[in-house]
Design a protein around this ligand. Structure first.
Ligand code: APR
Length: 387
């Protein structure tokens, strides 16, 4: 088994297979230090925690993760809070920085003798439809190399080699949302005890605690804005303005440690299997960060694929592998639908939305319904935390 990519999808898959004595190698382009310090997501659904616990991969997050129960919406009509763990399925989120989770997964995989080749760039997957697909790589020392395997898992993200090695017959459904976020990691304690969403006329702003000293912020900006375009002072002033600091208190400020510009886009590949090649995580579908579903889908898909592979390799039963694509796509499309609902709720009209007044009136009605209607709140909680 060759796994492309050492992100949540590849590492969860590799650990589950290794646990069952199935020989696998993970090929990762980046160096270990980069993989273990790259700040990405950090919002784990209850199902994700259960999967990690089931496979002995949750020690770090159970020790250091923070449980979150509430989110807060701030709009021109005021603010309201939803205790989502008391609604819907009654489940909380666990906040645990992805770099910490990936570090745990790498450490455990290596501690059990797993083969993880850092600095190894996968160039292509050949003969994916055949019996013995071949993975062409550039080894860490720059030499060309080839890995052959019974199965290949493409867990190398949206720009990885797996997506570029798919045989004809793949459909890519996609939507560019015309919305750009400035993603910020601030050396500042969280400014509220909840995930904060500001739906402001000037644009969206988001607040997500990462640890007691580090906070993730998102600031909607004009498409094409360079990551370094705004001074730190301008960033904090704009965040304060959109978060209603004049009414609810100023945000805790600090140095901006990391910046990135995120063009919100979504896509889904169908099918997710081509012969011996399977896609999981961002390689399978890209989902906007508006509902923090990416890493949770990656873990869910990794477990489904692992179970299918284990069944086939140990008993010859191929049901799990044959049904892998359809099962994942059901979860992916539900997550995409909720993620797009959140995007429409939190952002003003973008290019494809037509009349601004109509769009903003819909938003206001949705926010009012979310603030006042229990059944809508239950629906929100179930989708917000679930995958
Ligand atoms: N060769 C080898 N490794 C590669 C290649 C390549 N050609 N291309 C990409 N990679 C590696 C990247 O360096 C990265 O470590 O594949 C890994 C993909 O990891 P992620 O992008 O984290 O993707 P995934 O595991 O699917 O997790 C998806 O987690 O990052 C969060 O929320 C984010 O939705 C995302 C989710």
């Amino acid at each position: 088994m060759v796994i492309l990519g050492a992100g949540p999808a590849g590492l969860v898959l590799g650990n589950i297979l290794l646990d069952r004595g199935i020989d696998c190698v993970v090929l990762e382009r980046a160096e270990r230090a980069h993989v273990q310090t790259r700040a990405r997501a950090g919002f784990l659904a209850a199902h994700t925690v259960r999967v990690l616990e089931r496979h002995g991969l949750a020690d770090g997050l159970l020790r250091n993760g923070q449980t979150h129960h509430t989110c807060e919406f701030r709009t021109k009509d005021g603010r309201f809070r939803l205790d989502y763990s008391g609604l819907g399925l009654g489940e909380p989120h666990t906040v645990y920085p992805q770099q910490a989770l990936v570090t745990d997964l790498v450490t455990r995989f290596l501690a059990r003798g797993g083969q993880l080749r850092f600095g190894t760039e996968v160039l292509a997957v050949h003969d994916a439809d055949g019996e013995r697909p071949e993975v062409a790589v550039r080894e860490a020392d720059g030499r060309p190399g080839r890995w052959r395997a019974r199965y290949v898992a493409g867990c190398d993200g949206r720009h990885g080699a797996a997506r570029h090695s798919l045989p004809p017959g793949t459909t890519r459904h996609h939507r560019d949302l015309g919305i750009t976020w400035l993603g910020l990691l601030a050396d500042a304690p969280p400014s509220m005890d909840a995930v904060g969403y500001a739906a402001h006329d000037r644009g969206f702003a988001g607040h997500m605690a990462r640890t007691s000293d580090i906070t993730r912020y998102y600031l909607q900006c004009a498409p094409g804005t360079p990551a370094d375009a705004w001074s730190e002072e301008r960033i904090w002033d704009e965040l304060d303005l959109r978060m209603g600091a004049d009414k609810y208190g100023a945000l805790h400020r600090g140095r901006i440690l990391q910046r990135s510009v995120v063009e919100l886009a979504s896509d889904v590949l169908e099918p997710l299997r081509h012969g011996a090649l399977f896609l999981a995580g961002d390689a399978a579908a890209l989902i906007s960060p508006s509902a923090a579903k990416g890493a949770n889908l990656a873990v869910l898909e990794a477990e489904l694929l692992a179970h299918g592979l284990i069944d086939e390799l140990t008993t010859g039963n191929t049901d799990g592998l044959d049904g892998y694509s359809a099962r994942c796509l059901t979860h992916i499309w539900r997550a995409q639908e909720f993620s797009h609902w959140m995007i429409r709720l939190l952002h003003g009209p973008s290019g494809t939305d037509g009349d601004a007044l109509f769009h903003n009136s819909l938003r206001r009605a949705r926010l009012t319904s979310l603030r006042t209607t229990r059944s809508q709140q239950d629906w929100f909680a179930e989708h917000y935390v679930g995958v």
